[in-house]
Structure formats: structure tokens, C-alpha cells
Design a protein around this ligand. Structure first.
Ligand SMILES: N[C@@H](CCC(=O)N[C@@H](CS)C(=O)NCC(=O)O)C(=O)O
Length: 217
């Protein structure tokens, strides 16, 4: 198996968490190298050039959620990342969509806007993104009251998404102290060995965070 990814990328960390949870060996094809070799391979596999991309023999998969579903089918283990119960599986997928669409998407909007030339800034869009993050934090805080993980009693696909997205969202648009359940959940995710490993592997790249990385996890 080959994973085209970069350690500092949130969507790649999402897929890496699943690989580490399941202890699946893979060949790490790190994008962004100076010689451009891995980037050329990625472009040939997936012209949209978004990563992560997983290659397993003649199968090429893009989209972090789908990569995780694939890994889970391959190695469900004692506690699958997508529950076997269909109703629970639907809830996991719903929360996975929540973290992609309402935490990661507005977080990335703010970061990408900061990288634009001054004339191309979109303050209205950034304001909308910040408002969406505020609503998402508020909703999640109520949901996480009395919960350890996003859905049910065990770590799932939804937590694979939550970990990197809440990590970077708090750097980008800090989670207010009143959202204590979200803070506690973010800390639990940081303590999870699979995510702790992904965070450690990304440490050397913190200087590249466009908004300036805070001096903390
Ligand atoms: N929907 C994709 C998003 C992947 C994505 O946006 N990856 C970013 C890195 S976090 C990327 O490829 N950035 C490079 C680019 O935009 O060209 C997924 O779930 O995997």
C-alpha cells in the first residue's frame, strides 16, 4: 500500500490515524519534495492533486473518509471504525460530514484567505467562515456533554476527522473557554496514541502554518 500524503496536512492526518489505529504498514509517499517526483506520481494518479491518495495494488482511492472506509473493510478488527450496526454507522458518517463540512471547510477558508494577495482577500467570506465555526463549536459542545467520543462508546471514523480538524480549528479561530466539552474532547483526541503520533510527525512543519502556529498543541 502506498499513501500519498504530507504530515502537516489535516486530511492526511485523518487517514494516517486510521492506518496507525489498525497498525497497517504502508509506503509513505511524501508530497511536496524538491525533486517533484512524488508530486508527478500523484498528478498521474489523481489529476485534482488533492491528498491523501491511497494505492493498493490496482486500486486508487481518494477522499480521506473513503480511504478510512476501505481500511476498515480490509481490517475491521475487534472495534471497527465504522460500526457494524447500520444505524450507528449512519451516525458516524453524519458526524464525519459535520467535521469535514462545518469545521474543516471554514477553517481552511480562513487559512487560504490569509495566503492571498491583499487585493484578493474576501473579508465577507472569512466572516461567514468564523460564524460557521462559532455555530459548529456551540453545537458540538452540547453534543459532547457526557460523551467520550463523537458517536457511541468507541473511537470511530468521526473521531479520525475530529482530531486534526479541531486541532487546526483551535489554532485558526480559538474555541472559546465556555465550550469546555469541546476543549476536553480535543485534549482526549490529542492523547490518543494514533493522533499523538500524527501530531509529532507534523511538528517540524509548524513554522509553515500561514497564520503562525501558537506555542502549544
Ligand atoms: N476532500 C478531500 C480534501 C483533501 C484536501 O483538501 N487536501 C489538501 C491538504 S489538507 C490538499 O490536497 N491540498 C493541496 C491543494 O489544494 O492543492 C479529502 O477528504 O481527502
Amino acid at each position: 500500500m502506498q499513501l500519498y500524503a504530507h504530515p502537516f496536512s489535516s486530511y492526511c492526518q485523518k487517514a494516517l490515524i486510521a492506518l496507525y489505529e489498525k497498525d497497517i504498514p504502508f509506503d509513505y509517499r511524501v508530497v511536496g519534495g524538491e525533486d517533484g517526483v512524488v508530486d508527478a506520481e500523484l498528478a498521474a494518479l489523481w489529476p485534482l492533486k488533492r491528498f491523501p491518495v491511497l494505492v493498493d495494488e490496482d486500486r486508487t482511492l481518494f477522499e480521506a473518509s473513503i480511504i478510512i472506509e476501505y481500511l476498515d473493510q480490509l481490517r475491521p478488527g475487534a472495534v471497527p471504525l465504522i460500526p457494524r450496526d447500520p444505524a450507528a454507522a449512519l451516525e458516524v458518517r453524519m458526524l464525519d460530514r459535520f467535521f469535514d463540512n462545518y469545521v474543516s471547510t471554514p477553517q481552511q477558508k480562513i487559512v487560504f484567505d490569509s495566503m492571498r494577495a491583499p487585493a484578493d482577500h474576501d473579508p465577507y467570506g472569512v466572516g461567514e467562515a468564523r460564524a460557521m465555526l462559532e455555530r459548529a463549536y456551540g453545537w458540538l459542545d452540547e453534543r459532547m456533554a457526557g460523551r467520550q467520543w463523537a458517536v457511541g462508546e468507541t473511537f470511530s471514523l468521526a473521531d479520525c476527522a475530529a482530531a486534526p480538524f479541531l486541532f487546526y480549528a483551535d489554532w485558526t479561530h480559538p474555541i472559546d473557554k465556555r465550550h469546555g466539552h469541546v476543549h476536553a474532547y480535543r485534549q482526549r483526541l490529542l492523547a490518543r496514541p494514533s493522533f499523538a503520533r500524527a501530531v509529532d510527525e507534523a511538528r517540524p512543519f509548524r513554522q509553515y502554518f500561514p497564520l503562525g502556529a501558537p506555542d502549544r498543541d
